[in-house]
Design a protein around this ligand. Sequence first.
Ligand SMILES: *Cc1c(COP(=O)(O)O)cnc(C)c1O
Length: 242
Amino acid sequence: MTAETGLRTGTEQINSIRNKILYLKDKVSETAIKAGRNPEEIKIVAVSKTMPVEVIRLAYESGMIEFGENKVQELIEKIPCMPEDINWHMIGRLQRNKVRQIVGKTVLIHSLDSIELADEIQKRSELISIITEVLIQVNVSGEESKAGISPDYLNDLLDYTAGLGNIKMRGLMTIAPVNASTSETRHIFAKLKKLHVDIKHKKIDNIDIDILSMGMSNDFESAILEGSTMLRLGTAIFGSRS
Ligand SMILES: *Cc1c(COP(=O)(O)O)cnc(C)c1O
């Protein structure tokens, strides 16, 4: 009886996650086409923060391969419990003293926001002879509570990282304010897109700026319409976090 109930719940849970992923993939394609874009240029990162590994595995079995976490401790605890072919993304604020723990374990760090952090990523990457791919997190909205650098310092940070041989700059990331209207959110995403286009034109050494990480569960359609190439979706896949 108990076992059966458990089994049924498990099946329901995987069906629910699988259905949400299928729905999201359709929605992403539909929105991309509406925007005149190729759906294949938009990747979904499943944001698995706070979710237990059993639940993350259901998303993996439903075809997700990119997963994002926002805390170093949680990330390094989950990595050994999950299949090796998962691509892990560090999407949260990264403290310098924790860089050592994740360098070499992520495909992409979304949250570079200072020269000091770039120096530490460079140092730790050089020590283990790898190149770490990063995005610069930009605080487009100017909200004080938000992480990320001001757009005014973006060029300085880009020029600086261009001189660091073990860092590969891949693009930009932003988070829209939680309570912004759709038009405010679109405006913020449009600003990040414009910064992205501007820096692409600069053609700095060591830069292959092709990623624009913007759009979460409640604003990913706006993000696609404004040019996002990487969506970070948590709630829309896993349900709400307790
Ligand atoms: C939690 C988080 C997300 C996902 O948020 P949802 O609203 O659950 O989709 C995306 N990006 C970052 C940086 C996050 O911390």
